[in-house]
Write a protein that binds this ligand. Sequence first.
Ligand code: ADP
Ligand code: MG
Length: 397
Amino acid sequence: MADLEGCLQAALAEFKAQFGGESPSIAVYAPGRVNLIGEHTDYNDGFVLPMALPLVTVIVGRRSSSKECRLVSKAVNDLCPPFPVPAYPPPGLEEVNLDGPRWALYVKGVVALMNKDGGVPVFDAVITSCVPLGGGVSSSASLEVATCLFVEQLKGGCGLGLVDKAMLCQQSEHRYAGNKCGIMDQFVSVMAQEGHALLIDCRDHATENIPLSDPSLVVMVTDTGKRHELSVGGEYNKRRESCYSAASKMGVASLRLAKLEQLEGSGLTDVELRRARHVITEIARTQDARDALKNGDYKTFGHLMNQSHASLRDDYEVSCSELDELVVLAQTDSRVYGSRMTGGGFGGCTVTLLPRDIVEETKERMKAGYSGTPTFFVASASPGAGVITQRLNELCT
Ligand code: ADP
Ligand code: MG
């Protein structure tokens, strides 16, 4: 899998091939993420504990003197039809329509929301990425956040702080991509610090960096090879609705405030009860996991991961046979601390915490036992988004 440098070089080469002329003058990147624990809690005002991956989306580009923007994504091998700089959406318009291929809406939406002052210039840009698309490690947020930094550079500043940037990117995903995601992906892509996981309190947006750089410990991401499909947006939004109706029946503003004891006797349907039970227990597990990680207690952390998977599979029903298979294969060895599905579900990746000295044998065992072809990625906790124009300039001279 290509890394940051590989993505940057590929983007530069593609820019020259597509647009010729002057070299790009701006380069930015933003990472994908893996969520260690705290799944489907973000839109319930709960806690999440993700870390940024060394897998990144890169954008290179420059201002253009023509009337329309040109945009290419190598990740989907597509050239978007030229388009004028998207305008800021009129007030009150919740769902916003823009033309063009769906993938480009992730870019156009962020540009539109950053164009309140009409100050975004026409641009040419190329996107490359080593974040698997639809793989549950948040290629979408990495694209939005990279776009946000790109536009900031284009404008020579945008006056947004880290939290504002993450919120704007989330808004864009809600309004332009039609996915009512929580804040986790954009937060960690914007503000992660190297060697740390990021605990996010999704209620007040407070964050805490939790050290995660023990060289004897490994976070392994395993891609099932199964992509979550288009229908998943619908399933995701349904889960959200169940949580909100459960909270309302229990008389709380969000499931963050609900207690397990309230589940019975609140008139919840069976589905609402199970969805709420997952969220309430997962929020508690995530807080416990934070403490365990701080204490270097990987056994407890792993145990909480295993419980999280069971809850996502049985109560929240967002796992699938491929994810279950890989998780069971990882968990079979008692030296493995823990394993679970990660991301929204229905495909994508698992995350496994294990001692470094058993990584190879664990991979072999999982590969041999799995019905498909898994891809393994041993990840270190990586930094959040950044500007790499200096490196671009080195490559251009
Ligand atoms: P995930 O965020 O888990 O990877 P999503 O379904 O949320 O999955 O987002 C995937 C979608 O985001 C892709 O189908 C595509 O439309 C868009 N996308 C993400 N990265 C890129 C990229 N580098 N180039 C073009 N589109 C991208
Ligand atoms: Mg996404």
